[in-house]
Design a protein around this ligand. Structure first.
Ligand SMILES: Nc1ncnc2c1ncn2[C@@H]1O[C@H](COP(=O)(O)OP(=O)(O)OP(=O)(O)O)[C@@H](O)[C@H]1O
Ligand SMILES: O=P(O)(O)OC[C@H]1O[C@H](OP(=O)(O)OP(=O)(O)O)[C@H](O)[C@@H]1O
Ligand SMILES: O=C(O)c1cccnc1
Ligand SMILES: [Mg+2]
Length: 552
């Protein structure tokens, strides 16, 4: 999705710049401030640096990641400035620091910083810098922790959500129900936002709905059902017909339908809970156009389904079409299939086609594996409500993005490590995604900034950054430069898409990835390569910097 494409579509509006108040310059690690002071004392205020923000391993045993959090990073840069009270606090906290430093800190902003980044919502891979941050060393250093906290969790949740979407397929509705289980209020809010970005359809989190224009959805809880004891306790009993306006005793209608339907369900009506019927009927009275019933409080088969069908038929008599049921325990494959079969039998008996397609929502500790397993078993679930596993990313709770210095005053820097995978790629780099003739992405190629870009139809040597023998010629059918300059001279310089557009971009970006990279079990790694020039550059610098040991 090019900038021009977005502008042409005319849907792009610059964002309102509203940001969670917790995102501010002091949301950082103390060592950033103490380093800033030491840099300042060392007379490094004129030094310039380049930092890369990247991760080393895809999460969830997968072979792709969704990049998220960029817009929040840019809004943070817009507001990056230490307030008087921040300065007062730091003075108290670091009393040994030369007070003149605080005059310097008070005046800092991100105007000297330039940020190159991959579009938010893109599918991305290990070692490819998602953002390249350039500018005054002290400022670029001070940004580290906040940028990481904005990208790490956002990308992790977005990736998790995208994986649930791949598992569920495009025809199933996915709702995020995780606020109560999230890592605190801020984790909950971010989870709702980035689950939606990753491909969920809605959230139960009302504040997220308000702040980010995410559709809000919900049913009701077991407490609601079990708070009713029987139909006799109900005071509000009448409903007006949708078309005629004629008022009737709705509770009596529900009871009559239950009496009629019980034999059809091969049940004695006494077997099912009267309190549950009262709860369903009351909910239908409150929301006749949007009636969804939680059917598992007592017994889905012996109570919930019969009570639901009774209220659904009564609603039908009053001119309304109910929505469906939620099942929150038991064997979800079995119960959803049985519920659908029941709906089909009722549909046939009473010649009501909509009864066949009533929505079946499933919840209860669902994770990606559960969905794959349910698919294998066969099920009739139209909508999953997912909380804990989605928002806490229980399968892998951190992405591990890092922020590494790759150049100082135009001199490339390398960080060596015993672990080859942890050796950084020095210097300013650009990234290109090369595509094959079938439209699928083949490889991401890192080159030194200033190297000629790879060209369509022209063979380019792509090398594994660390394994000399791993290399391949690639003749790309399409070459996509992944970086855009998102921030320069104190301004956001690309239009920021709406959340819903980023969500669409996640979908499109994932489509460019071959199926074997996306499969659940043992997916194929996507190749990330360096140009021949960058390969030699890395290895020369490596040798230059690696001390030669001496054996004696
Ligand atoms: N057909 C299925 N295949 C695989 N996993 C399933 C299936 N049906 C349900 N599950 C999962 O199995 C777990 C069942 O949870 P648990 O053992 O706590 O029982 P429960 O149904 O919640 O019982 P309770 O009545 O105590 O709430 C949940 O994580 C649920 O998502
Ligand atoms: O299971 P999750 O994926 O986290 O999804 C959210 C859960 O939250 C709700 O009830 P809650 O779990 O609070 O109570 P319950 O388990 O006793 O129904 C809902 O009924 C789901 O079970
Ligand atoms: O609306 C629901 O059904 C819901 C919301 C949050 C958590 N569990 C269920
Ligand atoms: Mg539960």
């Amino acid at each position: 999705m090019s900038t021009q494409d977005r502008l042409d579509r005319g849907e792009v509006k610059l964002n309102s710049r509203r940001q969670n108040g917790v995102i501010q310059p002091l949301l950082t690690d103390l060592y950033q401030i103490t380093m800033a002071y030491a840099y300042w004392r060392a007379d490094k205020t004129k030094d310039t640096a380049v930092f890369d923000l990247f991760f080393r391993k895809n999460p969830f045993h997968g072979e792709f990641t969704i990049f998220a959090g960029l817009e929040e990073c840019l809004k943070f840069l817009e507001n990056f400035n230490y307030s008087d009270s921040d300065i007062e606090y730091l003075k108290d906290t670091l009393p040994t620091i030369d007070p003149e430093f605080f005059d310097f800190l008070r005046k800092l902003n991100a105007d000297g910083i330039t940020v190159w980044a991959i579009d938010e919502g893109s599918v991305v891979f290990p070692r490819v810098p998602l953002m390249r941050i350039e500018g005054p060393l002290i400022v670029a250093q001070l940004l580290e922790t906040t940028l990481l906290t904005l990208v790490n969790y956002a990308s992790l949740v977005a990736t998790n959500a995208a994986r649930y979407r791949l598992a569920a397929g495009k025809n199933v509705t996915l709702l995020e129900f995780g606020l109560r289980r999230a890592q605190g209020p801020d984790g909950g809010l971010s989870a709702s936002k980035y689950a939606y970005l990753g491909g969920f359809d809605g959230t139960s989190n009302v504040l997220a709905g308000k702040l980010y224009q995410i559709p809000v959805r919900g049913t009701h809880a077991h407490a609601y059902i079990s708070s009713f004891s029987d139909c006799e306790e109900l005071k509000c009993r009448t409903m007006k017909h949708k078309e005629t306006g004629e008022e009737q005793d709705f509770i009596e209608m529900c009871k009559n339908w239950k009496t009629e339907l019980a034999p059809f369900f091969a049940l004695m009506k006494e077997e099912s809970s009267d309190g549950e019927l009262a709860a369903f009927a009351s909910y239908a009275l409150a929301f006749p156009e949007a009636f969804v019933a939680l059917v598992d409080t007592y017994d889905t088969v012996r109570s919930g389904l019969l009570n639901f069908c009774a209220v659904a038929m009564a609603l039908n008599d009053m001119g309304f079409i109910p929505k469906g049921i939620r099942i929150d325990s038991g064997d979800l494959a079995y119960l959803s299939t049985l519920s659908r079969a029941t709906f089909e039998r009722v549909a046939t008996k009473y010649n009501l086609d909509w009864f066949r397609t009533l929505m079946i929502v499933a919840s209860n500790d669902i994770n990606e594996e559960t969905i794959w397993s349910l698919n294998e078993q066969g099920h009739q679930i139209d909508c999953f409500g997912i909380g804990t596993h989605l928002v806490t990313c229980q399968r892998q709770p951190a992405l591990g993005c890092v922020y590494k210095l790759v150049a100082i005053n135009s001199t490339p820097k390398i960080k060596l490590s015993e672990d080859v995978e942890k050796v950084t790629m020095p210097g300013r780099k650009d990234v290109f995604r090369l595509y094959g003739g079938d439209g699928h992405a083949l490889i991401d190629l890192l080159v030194q900034t200033g190297e000629p870009a790879p060209e369509i139809g022209s063979r380019v040597l792509c090398r594994h950054p660390f394994h000399e023998s791993k290399r391949a010629w690639v003749n790309p059918a399409k070459v996509e430069p992944l970086y855009k300059m998102y921030w320069k001279d104190g301004k956001i310089c690309e239009p920021l898409p709406q959340l819903v557009e980023i969500r669409q971009w996640v979908h499109e970006s994932l489509k460019t990835l071959r199926q074997d990279h996306k499969r659940n079990l043992n997916p194929t790694p996507f190749k990330v390569a360096v140009s021949d020039r960058l390969y030699h550059f890395i290895h020369d610098l490596w040798l230059e910097n690696a001390p030669i040991g001496e054996l004696s």
